[in-house]
Design a protein around this ligand. Structure first.
Ligand code: DAH
Length: 342
């Protein structure tokens, strides 16, 4: 048995020396070390030997196995090194395609509108998503106990300020940009501000807790309702085409007086009535009005000298209408099957 083992060791090492390719080495490995390989067979038969022999032969067989396994690894590494040098590289093969990203449908509309307003001399202002109660509500003429707060329930942050009040929240609209910009730039002022807003919504196909809005406002001497109408007509034509008509109806928003609801002729049926416009021919898009004197005052602007208009609308909703997206939740889903369509 001892001799048989020594012979096997020699035989394996000799064959290993001759093996020049990875393929041959694999074959040898199966032949000797594989489950049904010669060395494995011997190792398996050791249990049938007498007690004395079993210890001695067992030790030898295991030593040979370790030895041979190490040699296999050594030669394999050697052969692999040589093979990789001699491997043919076809430089004419097409390369791996690098996936290029693209803009999100909401970002596309946001950029389109910003371009329009920049061309009209508006500045692009910014406001924080984590906002104070003051800029999101109070400064916009929505006092603490006012029922108008119910129109926009939000996420409050569980942290008190120095006065012991919970005054941080996720902004519910981009209107928070208004008073911030007034304080920073004063009057006259033409600005837009857009971005992410949040509402405590039970989500469904028409509601999402995270949404995008676009806000615009202009403050100067003698600004009146006709200026507002003019700019909203322009926005409608830019978004939905040159034949788009605007209709304005009264609506209450605490930060404007008078307040209005702007509707455009439905871009899908051109005012004929369809499923999207609920057969009315009109799409409710924009909230707007003349800036409330209290808001101007909060911004440090004298309402006796200056007046202004403001408007705001949902970019998420616009993207839905423009691209025919039937579920509001898709925009923020991160689902590539959806996103790759743009
Ligand atoms: N902030 C309002 C909302 O989220 C939209 C809005 C209405 C903005 C009237 C305005 C405005 O600037 O004047 O529903």
């Amino acid at each position: 048995m001892k001799n048989k083992l020594e012979d096997l060791r020699k035989k394996i090492l000799k064959e290993l020396d001759k093996a020049k390719t990875g393929e041959l080495l694999d074959e040898l490995e199966i032949k000797y070390l594989g489950r049904k390989g010669e060395l494995s067979n011997i190792l398996r038969s050791i249990k049938d030997l007498g007690e004395k022999e079993r210890g001695e032969i067992g030790q030898l067989a295991n030593a040979i196995k370790t030895d041979v396994t190490a040699k296999f690894a050594e030669i394999k590494a050697e052969v692999a090194g040589k093979e990789s040098i001699t491997q043919f590289v076809d430089v004419t093969l097409p390369g791996k395609k690098i996936e290029r990203g693209h803009l999100h449908p909401i970002t596309l509309i946001q950029a389109e509108l910003e371009d329009l307003f920049i061309s009209l001399g508006f500045l692009v202002a910014d406001g924080p998503e984590l906002e104070s109660d003051y800029y999101n509500f109070e400064a916009l003429n929505i006092p603490k106990t006012h029922p108008a707060r119910d129109m926009q329930d939000t996420f409050y942050i569980d942290k008190k300020n120095a006065a012991g009040e919970y005054d941080l929240l996720l902004r519910t609209h981009t209107s928070n940009v208004q008073v911030r910009a007034m304080q920073k730039y004063g009057a006259p002022l033409k600005a837009v501000g857009s971005g992410r807003c949040f509402r405590s919504e039970a989500t469904d196909a028409r509601h999402e807790h995270t949404l995008y809005q676009f806000e615009g406002f202009m403050i100067d001497k003698d600004i009146n309702f006709s200026h507002l109408k003019g700019i909203l007509e322009l926005v409608g034509k830019k978004l939905f085409g040159p034949d788009t008509k605007l209709r304005m109806r009264p609506k209450f928003y605490p930060f404007v007086e008078p307040g209005t609801n702007g509707e455009y002729t439905c871009s899908l049926c051109h005012g004929q009535g369809c499923r999207v416009c609920k057969n009315s021919g009109w799409l409710e898009i924009v909230g707007a009005g003349l800036v409330h004197p209290n808001v101007l005052r909060a911004g440090g602007i004298d309402p006796e000298i200056y007046s202004g208009y403001a408007f705001g609308f949902g970019l998420s909703r616009l993207a839905q209408l423009k691209y025919g997206i039937d579920d509001a939740r898709l925009a923020m889903s991160g689902d590539l099957r959806f996103l790759n369509q743009f």
